[in-house]
Design a protein around this ligand. Structure first.
Ligand SMILES: [Zn+2]
Length: 173
């Protein structure tokens, strides 16, 4: 006979299996240096908003690559070429800072005009936004109501970067 205690038992078993599977996933992710950005970023909803929001295909692809650490920034190119992480300098601003995902999104001075326009048009409370950590900024921008403009912002940054960038490795798409 199917009783409520039986139901509770299967709920507990189900939760334990789900927990183990999530734990395994996070342990696996933690071992992959490419996913260091993904480890720092919390996505706001489950299922991920990217899958359920209307975002242009190219923009979605760039956003997904950025989140997974496979967008062709210096940090990713350096992995292919065994360059030390601390030497993967940004070739867009040439300010001898590492070009990782957060530098590209929030700091690179060569892309400041696109960033300023994006902030003015999309960030209503800029003072509190600027006080957030970079990971929290991404979390904020990945909310369902903002993810479309965020993905478009990434595409604009990447487009401008590809005009300025001087490839020296021959690996750029
Ligand atoms: Zn830069």
């Amino acid at each position: 006979m199917y009783t409520s205690s039986c139901s509770n038992y299967w709920k507990t078993v189900g939760s334990a299996i789900l927990y183990q599977s999530k734990l395994g996933w996070w342990e696996e992710v933690a071992e992959k240096p490419k996913l260091h950005t993904y480890m720092q970023i919390r996505l706001p909803e489950d299922p991920p908003v990217l899958a359920t929001s209307f975002v242009k295909r190219l923009d979605r692809s760039l956003l997904a690559k950025l989140m997974l650490g496979i967008l062709q920034l210096e940090i990713e190119i350096g992995r292919y070429l065994n360059i030390k992480l601390e030497e993967c300098f940004c070739r867009t601003c040439n300010l001898k800072v590492v070009e990782d995902e957060f530098h590209f999104l929030f700091s690179c001075s060569a892309l400041q005009d696109i960033r300023s326009t994006f902030y003015v048009e999309n960030i209503s409370d800029i003072e509190s936004f600027m006080l957030m950590s970079d990971a929290d900024k991404v979390y904020y921008l990945c909310q369902k109501s903002r993810i479309r403009t965020f993905a478009s912002y990434i595409a604009n940054l990447y487009r401008k970067r590809s005009v300025i960038y001087k490839p020296v490795y021959g690996l750029i798409e």
